[in-house]
Unconditional design. Sequence first.
Length: 368
Amino acid sequence: MATQNNFNAKQREHKFFLESWYTDADIVVEPAEKAKVVVAGMVEAKPEKKEYPDAYFKRAFAVFKGEYGTMFKTTFWFIIASLLFIVGLVLGRTLIEKHLLGGTYNFMAGIGVGYPGGGDSIDQSVSLLYGTVFQYVLFILAGAMIIASPFLSGLFYAAKRAYYQDTYRQFIKTYFVGFKKHWWKYLILGTIITAVLLGESSAIVQLLSLKQLGLETAGHYAAAILPAIVGFPIVMVCLAMMGLTVTHQLTFKQTFKNAVVVIANNLFFVPVTAAVSLVPILGFAMGTMPAIITYLVMAAAGFSLIALGWVAMADRGMIKCKSLKKYYSKKHLAEVRKAAKANAEYNAPAKKPQAKQAYQNPKKKKKK
């Protein structure tokens, strides 16, 4: 298990934001895997634990390199589930475009070379393309993401066990242990993230549709930007919750609150981690072939790296919050004791002055 760097709040007097929301929690300890009997009276040896760096993200990259085979085997089921996304992208886009374009849009109208006019103009056709075909594709992809989201539970569970070197040999069983424990939480979080991304994507498609006709206004640009501004913090909270769900012993409500606290006290690392996690979306938005290439890269490495990154972020965030909590608890206790001592001295009754006694020489004998 990583012994991460201690955060010394006293060095720079870090503030502990939203301290009242924070719940201290231990790392989840998983039950030991039953040893497999090889020969009568002999069991299979446990996998050896490897030494990895203590620094959080450096450790995540090292674990990815050292445990790549194990991670890939364990997360195979998520890769299968996520295929729905790429199937929806390829088939949905191809079939819907063929169906709608074949019967509705006339891109040759008004050209005057063998084709009569009377149909929609090119601008109108492209606008309708954005407003109908792309919207259908977005909803298909959103459905695929929601269906695949519960399978993230096994992926993050495997990443957590690899990160903390909680070794195992039964890959399929390990994946479905995580799935059974956390699937409904990841379904909720995945649905929220999908709703945010769908809202932003729909707003952009609507803007492109209006722009093609020259009807866009400042309000339409604002409508496309606002969902991103509002949605990004929501996505950050959900991704942070995905890491915390498998790493620490928290209820769903406590996980939400701790995720907000971790973000508030890591205003650089969490947004950067979230931004990196969302970069693959650009590849999916560039077209069918770039989307397929992006998916293959994600299946080979990206999904595991993102899960390990959020496990590392959860570890870093909780360690920092725990250190801040400890520091400010000690500081508060010291202040209370100091105030109590000052109050006791202030309220203590004044001592009566003692009468001075005449000096007596001890060598001088008393008169009888």
